[in-house]
Design a protein around this ligand. Structure first.
Ligand code: OOG
Ligand code: MG
Length: 259
């Protein structure tokens, strides 16, 4: 067995210092996916011990755009805490992060406890109170955003910050697979997508997460948010960048970085 606590400390400190580190897999050749999720859970324990609270979970690498960007072709699961939440309209201070990128996402708000096995799109929609739009700020703790599947899982799937749009909508009346999304950077449209970019339907990502949690004796809990994954490739948040995502039905959500 590998030293899970050691690698959790390694990644916790890298995030705290906002200083990139070498991928765990290059230093720990025996690293498996199971080890990686154990490190991720130990990392969560450190955040909880520091007073943070779980507010939800995320699925990553659910669109072809994201899978091609990172060179990994399967979804990954991670945790979201209150310390990651940014207020709408706030700006991100780049001194607290390493090399942040923003990506537009469809966000589910959980109405009732949900866990696999056997969860599909229908059960997810049934267990969802509302959907809204969001921007996730990812900030890999690894040098140059270079990592293996196990590395990015250990690093809590690069989760760093998130901001949610202020409009939330009952998904019952909407076909989320057709939900259009425009991504703008400093006023120029840089990408477009529809909800179907996420595994054919964004609720499939939430279903995969619920089934994953069920296998581990956990569940999605009422009031949690679930980020279903970037619809487009992420945009680097350099100094003075303004990223804005506009969605059909869900309004818009923006984020600035300090100049
Ligand atoms: C991994 C996290 C991916 C998403 O929405 O696809 C992710 C990364 O790209 O660093 O959050
Ligand atoms: Mg994401």
């Amino acid at each position: 067995m590998i030293d899970v606590a050691k690698w959790a400390d390694y990644l916790f400190e890298a995030a705290r210092r906002a200083d990139a580190v070498q991928p765990v897999s290059e230093l720990e050749k025996a690293l498996t996916i199971d080890h990686a999720y154990a490190i991720q859970d130990a990392l969560l324990e450190r955040r909880l011990a520091a007073g943070e609270r779980i507010v939800g979970a995320k699925v990553g690498l659910t669109s072809r755009a994201k899978q091609q960007e990172m060179g990994i072709d399967q979804p990954i699961f991670g945790w979201l805490t209150d310390a990651m939440a940014l207020e709408t309209g706030s700006s991100l201070s780049r001194s607290t992060v390493i090399h942040p990128r923003a990506e537009p996402e469809i966000v589910f708000i959980v109405r009732r406890t949900l866990a696999g096995p056997g969860v599909g799109v229908h059960q997810v929609l049934e267990a969802t109170s509302a959907v809204c739009c969001g921007l996730e700020v990812i900030d890999s703790r690894f040098v140059d955003f270079r990592f293996s599947l196990a590395d990015v899982i250990a690093d809590n799937t690069s989760a760093s910050r998130f901001v949610l749009g202020s409009t939330s909508v009952d998904p019952a009346g909407i076909d989320l697979s057709l939900l259009g999304c425009l991504l703008e950077e400093n006023g120029t449209i840089v990408a477009t997508a529809a909800g179907a970019a996420i595994l054919g339907h964004p609720a499939s990502a939430v279903a995969q997460l619920a089934n994953f949690l069920g296998r581990r004796g956990r569940s999605l809990e009422p009031g949690w948010i679930v980020m279903s994954g970037g619809l487009t490739a992420a945009r680097a948040l350099n100094a003075g960048t303004h990223v804005m995502a506009t969605f059909a039905h869900l309004g818009r959500v923006g984020l600035r970085t300090e100049p």
